[in-house]
Design a protein around this ligand. Structure first.
Ligand code: PRP
Ligand code: URA
Length: 209
């Protein structure tokens, strides 16, 4: 098997936040705050490669050459759990286009079907795909295919927890896509939930147990 291509952030605060998300006693209101903080850390890592442009800026003392963001950004959360990651991106980046893809896994097969898709033209923009759980990788792979059909050329997958199966699938289906995550877990259970994981992210985020 080829080695997994995935970037796992290693900051101690990220580890603390992942542990809070895993804890079954963490209630939804705290879950949302932790998800927001952790996404900020993930997105800073996922956007390290953004191009910059040069701009002359007048300081109070003189004119100097400065670097500014030189590449458009778009973000696409996969509904519904990806919604918990969206605000962190729009708070960091003023000029960001937002698209939405609704995907839901069937309970018996764990195969995701699409129920909603609204994407801006993604051509020329760096695109962040947000979904906290990369389990089989089926949802992320489908979503990225829709994004590419809408012009996306440079996509980064941002997840909270990834399973080896999901990373493998994405590496195979979309070898050009960088994966940034906060934890690479052990395996999937027979229902295709991540182990040790954190359960159903959407349910824990929105309190729908
Ligand atoms: C979860 C999760 C991902 C998907 C990951 O969504 O948020 O979208 O499963 O699994 P996969 O990698 O095997 O495709 P779910 O289908 O439970 O829908 P929800 O976000 O509406 O709860
Ligand atoms: N979706 C989740 O929310 N959790 C998992 O473990 C797998 C898919």
């Amino acid at each position: 098997m080829s080695p997994l291509a995935v970037d796992v952030i290693s900051h101690p605060l990220a580890k603390q936040l992942v542990s809070e998300l895993r804890d079954k006693l963490t209630p939804p209101e705290h879950y949302r705050r932790v998800c927001h903080k952790l996404t900020t850390m993930l997105v800073l890592e996922a956007t390290t490669g953004l191009q910059t442009a040069s701009k002359k800026v007048d300081t109070p003392l003189e004119t100097t050459d400065c670097d500014v963001l030189g590449e458009g950004l778009a973000v696409v959360p996969i509904l519904r759990a990806g919604l918990g990651m969206l605000d962190a991106v729009t708070e960091l980046f003023d000029d960001v286009k937002v698209g939405y893809i609704g995907l839901e896994r069937a309970h018996d097969t764990a195969v995701a079907h699409r129920y909603y898709c609204k994407l801006p033209d993604l051509k020329g923009r760096r695109v962040l795909c947000l979904d906290p759980m990369l389990a089989t990788g089926g949802s992320a792979s489908q979503a990225i295919s829709f994004m590419k059909a809408n012009g996306a050329e440079r996509v980064v997958m941002v997840s909270v927890i990834a399973a080896p199966e999901g990373v493998s699938r994405l590496n195979l289906d979309h070898p050009d896509v960088r994966i940034v995550t906060a934890a690479l877990d052990r395996e999937l259970d027979p229902r295709k939930y991540i182990l040790p994981g954190l359960g159903d992210f959407g349910d824990r985020l929105f309190g729908t147990f």
